[in-house]
Design a protein around this ligand. Structure first.
Ligand code: GAR
Length: 188
């Protein structure tokens, strides 16, 4: 059985899609959801999906005890699905190349601290970029910096708004994130 932990901070649409994708799998288990935001709708989703939720404060998250807890879970992959805190170096060191993130733009553009969710789409539309997309990448100790696993593109239309772009990006995320996870778990 491959063991996943999914880290979330917000709505949790990616969490939902990943959980549904692996729902009938006998080879993949989402052992928990780690959440840093008590107001995140992702908590509700995890409950409805029957996945235990581990709420964390910043101090807990950065403590050696939390890293130990994650090691004890014996995970095959940690998936950041809209998780907005920097991952502690200790966790990266115990799971090298086993933590991945999804970013709603074509990194290295529109990445780094402050570039998350709708802020990314606002900046892309304001700059009149011809394209945007998603980047799935390994997590290292710098925000949005690790090696790219996959990028997928969309074209911006005439009159594109941050909201319409967000909808296009969500479709890409839904299409590519679960299959990329599956590929990493079984074929890499
Ligand atoms: C997603 O669009 C994801 O790419 C983005 O947050 C959103 C979370 O949506 N991640 C980042 O901006 C990370 N820098 P969700 O909670 O509905 O899955």
């Amino acid at each position: 059985m491959k063991r996943l932990s999914i880290f979330v901070s917000g709505n949790g649409t990616n969490l939902q899609r990943i959980a549904e994708f692996f729902k009938n799998s006998k080879e993949v288990e989402i052992v928990n959801v780690v959440c840093n935001n008590p107001k995140a709708y992702a908590i509700e989703r995890a409950k409805n999906l029957g996945i235990p939720v581990r709420m964390v404060t910043k101090a807990e998250f950065n403590s050696p005890e939390f890293t130990k807890e994650m090691v004890d879970l014996d995970l095959d992959l940690i998936v950041l699905a809209g998780f907005l805190w920097k991952i502690p170096a200790s966790l990266i060191q115990v799971y090298p190349h086993h933590i991945i993130n999804i970013h709603p733009a074509l990194l290295p553009k529109y990445g780094g601290k402050g570039f998350y969710g709708e802020h990314v789409h606002e900046a892309v539309v304001a700059a009149k970029e011809p394209f945007s997309g998603i980047t799935i990448h390994y997590v290292d100790e710098i925000y949005d910096n690790g090696e790219t696993i996959l990028q997928a593109y969309v074209t911006l239309s005439e009159g594109e708004t941050p909201d319409t772009l967000a909808a296009k990006i969500h479709k890409l995320e839904q299409a590519y994130f679960p299959v990329t996870i599956q590929q990493l778990l079984f074929w890499s």
